[in-house]
Design a binder for this molecule. Sequence first.
Ligand SMILES: Nc1nc2c(ncn2[C@@H]2O[C@H](COP(=O)(O)OP(=O)(O)OP(=O)(O)O)[C@@H](O)[C@H]2O)c(=O)[nH]1
Ligand SMILES: [Mg+2]
Length: 562
Amino acid sequence: MKQIFGNISGLKSGQLHRLQNLYRRRIPPEALITPELVRDMARLSFEIHRQIGVTINRQGAMDHIIVGDRQGIVIPDLSDYRIAPGRLRGLRCVHTHLAGEPLTQEDLNDLALLRLDMMAAATLTEAGEVDRIHAAHIIPGATGQTPCEVLKPLRPHELGIGCLELILSLEAELSQTVLSRQASKGEERALLVSVATQSRQAAMESLAELEELAASCGISVIGTVVQQRSKTDPRYLMGLGKIQELALTALQTGATLIILDQELNPSQIRSITDRIELKVIDRTQLILDIFAQRAQSREGRIQVELAQLKYLLPRLIVKNTAMSRLTGGIGGRGPGETKLEINRRRVRERIARLEKSLGEVRKRRAVQKSRRSKREAPVISIVGYTNAGKSTLLNTLTRSRVLVENRLFATLDPSSRRMKFPRDMEVIITDTVGFIKDLPRELRTAFRATLEELESADLLLHVIDISNPRFEAQIQSVETILEELGLENIPVLRVLNKMDLVPSETVDMLSRALDGIAVCAKDQTSLVRLIEKMAARVSEIRIKERLSSEPPAEIDPNDIEA
Ligand SMILES: Nc1nc2c(ncn2[C@@H]2O[C@H](COP(=O)(O)OP(=O)(O)OP(=O)(O)O)[C@@H](O)[C@H]2O)c(=O)[nH]1
Ligand SMILES: [Mg+2]
């Protein structure tokens, strides 16, 4: 006996038997469905006042017989039917409509979201016979509002539409659009999505940054979507309709990944991945991924892994799809519940182990640090938004070769270099990890120790990329983070970098408005004024320190005699 899906309560055994019998039918390749089958479905449907549906595979066999209510049927979980990018599900659905209505929006949504080969609805006459069959399929490559093509209504004797051929050609077209957009194999292609509660402008700026983050991670961006709402939806973040539209756009553009600009809570991840069969990640996870790619030092790696695991743990309560996306499996199914429990325990154990080894690394560092502070050289720390040019400045100031790259978060591990000022004064300059707006909480905690190093700085150089259209917001983010780190009392010099990319009048205006020193960090000769200022500040600091720390001068007996 094969399972009858849906609402079979109260059906007579004869009716159940007739439903069972539907499983025996075979459909020839050219037909959408046979007139006899759809007739039998219609009659039974009419008798029990419920919709009846079937799913038909490409061999022409029935995979599911479904009983609904008067208004609709619920298509069972199809997650065992894997789909590759550019492919359809391999199943078409035909069902009855009792009230004479053609395909509904809900039907078309199912067609798109479940990537069915086709969706069809048979309307009934008042006598319970088949009237017309309305069928639709996805349009490959289409974007926007009408992604489905609805065929001219068919009469029962017109069902030989070359069905299999139609489906195969749709699929060929679909995979071609996908392939043509696929730059290289294995590359992730992302749709960026923002659900904006602020102004559109702010949302676009944030998305522009998300795009840079994606690029830094080696992901190519194939499109962006903004949805404006007065507040976010607690369940799906965005409206359900938007999710359905997204799933469809993803299908048509061959996206392998959706990146949300807003942080998703565990239950939102679940509701969204239940609806979209794609990896869905948020801004936080993207930043975590970048950090994971880039961390070099042992401490850096441990910190990033800790941050990732702490982000992962609460999200492991969530079942299957979300789990597989979190563990990185695209399209693959996640482990079952029990395996999840084991995973949670493992994650917790791993967190404990990492915290222990981080403690050890830190002890060692503390020893090194105290040795360094004995050298008594003042420390100048370079801080600023990611990609502002901090490492470049360190290199030019100290003639060293710290990694410089035009990508976000090139530097994760702090590095220190000595620098001599003209009047023989020596300082230590440190480069740090860049800041970013909404720096994930998990990372902030993980990098606390690295950032705490900043506490011992005598002076901060705040590097600002004035060529970046978002520099004002970036200054704000950096200052907020400095405050949160309790560093607001350390003197700051604002360094307006990349002046070579900005018209000179603008540079002058900004230097005055922001009270900063304009430089081109790549060009040693532009740094003269900055170095003077740094030297002056450092001597000021030294004098202050001497005043506060030197013991009162001892009286030399010889002096008295003289
Ligand atoms: N045109 C121009 N480009 C600059 C200047 N300073 C830095 N850059 C470029 O800006 C990019 C980022 O420089 P980095 O020094 O890596 O920036 P960073 O602040 O250390 O970045 P993270 O370590 O990623 O936070 C590189 O491509 C640099 O070559 C400048 O004054 N002018
Ligand atoms: Mg750097």
